[in-house]
Design a protein around this ligand. Structure first.
Ligand SMILES: [Mn+2]
Length: 248
């Protein structure tokens, strides 16, 4: 069973990226991550143009919470919940929001910055903020300005539990993004891999417009190249087929 879900949606108004990691290891986790991603995408791109992108992202994340609660109620999967990390990129502007312990990183030159702060509880792997919370949610929202060469990485804890930040940085900056995501997922699998691993990696690249003498590098539009890898750990699959197979 794979309880991780991701989104890469490219529209003229911008690109929306997200990772959701269903909580609890039960069918409710899968239901929650799916409902969260779907609602996030619909609501973010349907938001009024009057809203700032940061406000639109926060509102879409609150709507994702409502959607998970609704789906949980309809299906009888009470307590269905999921993490949610999302990045809305337009030009050189990146707005990042999170609930839970799925993360966003910015890798620039030789540095790696953890954009998000985990909402972790006192027990191992427990989280204090998540979609599916009947008390409502308050996502953290961060605004970053991208420069050409930046790489933006979203991932579930299946990666970060096994691969430290410095190692993530080394892999991400030493190779093209397709090889980088595969290396990261391989590392996480070698070191445990009892959880789903989802990695979404973007490269911000300058896109030259038509010849325009007044166009400096800082005015160049940034284009994103995106690669996604999801790994479902073998142990998790076996466990799911044994323990969670449900009769039709
Ligand atoms: Mn996980």
């Amino acid at each position: 069973m794979n309880e991780d879900r991701y989104l890469v949606r490219v529209e003229p108004s911008g690109t929306l990226l997200a990772v959701a990691d269903g909580v609890g290891g039960e069918p409710g986790g899968e239901l929650a991550s799916s409902a969260a991603i779907e609602a996030l995408s619909t609501r973010f791109f349907g938001a009024s143009a009057e809203l700032s992108r940061a406000d639109a992202l926060a509102a879409a994340m609150r709507d994702a919470n409502d959607a998970v609660l609704g789906a949980a109620g309809e299906s009888g999967q009470k307590g269905a919940a999921s993490t949610l990390v999302a990045a809305a990129v337009s030009g050189d502007d990146a707005v990042v929001g999170n609930l839970g312990d799925s993360r966003a990183y910015l890798v620039r030159d030789s540095t790696i910055q953890r954009i998000t702060a985990d909402h972790s509880g006192v027990f191992p792997s427990s989280i204090t903020r998540f979609v599916g919370d009947p008390n409502g949610v308050q996502p953290d929202v961060f605004v970053e300005t991208l420069v050409p060469g930046d790489r933006l990485l979203l991932c579930s804890d299946g990666l970060t539990r096994h691969v430290p930040d410095e190692e993530i940085a080394a892999e991400v900056r030493s190779q093209d993004i397709e090889h980088a995501v595969n290396s990261l997922v391989d590392l996480a699998k070698e070191r445990g891999g009892e959880d789903n691993i989802t990695v979404v990696l973007y490269a911000a690249r300058p896109r030259r417009l038509f010849a325009d003498a007044n166009l400096g590098l800082t005015d160049a539009i940034l284009a994103l190249l995106v690669v996604v890898v999801i790994a479902v750990a073998i142990a998790a699959v076996l466990f799911a087929s044994g323990a969670y197979q449900t009769a039709p």
